[in-house]
Write a protein that binds this ligand. Structure first.
Ligand code: ADP
Ligand code: MG
Length: 347
């Protein structure tokens, strides 16, 4: 049996079914992200694992034990919330030691454990401060230390970075991942930010209206999206309506240009999809399909320039790397785009 298993989990609030037949198995030490738009049921799943919410039906096992009827403090979980949920009237050290004090740990033990936790999160000298004297990022690190101090078996994080500035968000997510790996703690991380989920997870569960649409590694989720929703939610995708000329051989056209897919297609019409980074400006080695288009948008993002072109009436977004000596094309420029038929997804 996997370390943490969730089977046929359901939750309704009145007539509103917000989690539907949710199934997931997590191995010991895995880092799993629940990814999905606001309101899709991520927090509700997490709160049921934590014990703050009772499932309408379904089973949750942690380390072989049925936990559904156990109180949160009997489940060996640590939780970090989005908003800084530190106790404002307690020092950093008292916050970190709170769970240990509640479970009756001896004072000496608490002190050494708090010191260990503060150095783990890189704030060894801030034990005497109060939460209001810390930055947002520091407060979330303390919240993490507080969650980890009682040595839980499972760490649950509910959008812990969403209130922070972009730069701190990126550095703190890397730190969370490093700490998680160092401790080998089984972790469920909730986020609505696809880049965040892609960058730090062993596996991602993409949720949509209470349902787990797809479970997979970041590589699988991004490159082989199982549903149209996953394809559109994770990353940017160009959807192109294609006229199928030969369904068996996979011959079709995009914006009037022939495309030989070499894989069977549905008869009549098909929707093809391409990631912007698989499309090149101009002809490029290994790109077997060339489309003619006109630039309609230029978005300078720094290292990358996101271009938009009209290809026979289809809008196609694609990326080109910044090259300081070469200004990007301007709107109205006629261009060629190239792509590899192998990279096209059939949706
Ligand atoms: P997410 O974390 O993905 O944004 P939530 O799990 O918080 O989503 O919410 C999922 C749905 O359940 C939402 O429509 C929300 O309004 C509803 N919901 C959550 N908690 C409650 C509650 N205690 N009572 C009634 N409805 C709730
Ligand atoms: Mg939520």
């Amino acid at each position: 049996m996997s370390f943490l298993t969730i089977e046929h989990l359901e939750k309704s609030f009145g007539p509103n079914r917000v989690v539907k037949d949710f199934n997931l198995t997590i191995e010991k030490g895995e880092f799993i992200s629940l990814l999905g738009p606001s309101g899709c049921g991520k927090t509700t799943v997490l709160r049921m694992v934590a014990g703050f919410e009772t499932p309408t039906s379904g089973a949750i096992h942690i380390d072989g034990k049925d936990v559904v009827r156990l109180r949160p403090n009997q489940r060996s979980i640590g939780m970090v919330f989005q908003a800084y949920a530190l106790f404002p009237n307690l020092t950093v050290a008292q916050n970190v030691g709170f769970g240990l004090k509640v479970n009756g740990t001896a004072r000496q033990e608490i002190q050494s454990r708090v010191e260990e936790m503060l150095s783990l999160i890189g704030l060894p000298d801030l034990g005497a401060r109060y939460p209001f004297q810390l930055s947002g990022g520091q407060q979330q690190r303390v919240a993490l230390a507080r969650a980890l101090a009682p040595r839980p078996q499972v760490l649950l994080l509910d959008e812990p970075l969403s209130a922070l500035d972009a730069k701190i968000r990126v550095s703190l997510r890397e730190e969370i991942r490093a700490i998680q790996q160092k401790l080998g703690i089984t972790t469920i991380f909730v986020t609505h930010d696809q880049e965040e989920a892609l960058s730090i997870s062993d596996r991602i569960v993409v949720m949509h209206q209470g349902i787990a649409d797809q479970v997979g590694t970041p590589f699988e989720i991004y490159n082989n999206p199982a549903t149209r929703f996953v394809a559109g939610f994770v990353g940017t995708l160009n959807l192109m309506e294609a006229k199928v000329i030969d369904a068996e051989k996979g011959v079709t056209t995009i914006g009037g240009a022939p495309v030989i897919l070499g894989r069977p297609l549905p008869k009549g019409k098909a929707t093809l999809a391409a990631r912007p980074e698989t499309i090149r400006l101009g002809r490029a080695p290994g790109k077997d399909t060339v489309l003619a288009g006109k630039i309609t948008g230029v978005n300078f993002l720094g290292s990358v320039i996101r271009l938009r072109a009209d290809v026979g009436g289809q809008v196609i977004d694609f990326d080109t790397f910044n090259a300081p000596g070469v200004p990007p094309p301007t709107p109205g420029t006629e261009v060629e785009l190239s792509l590899s038929a192998r990279d096209l997804l059939v949706i």
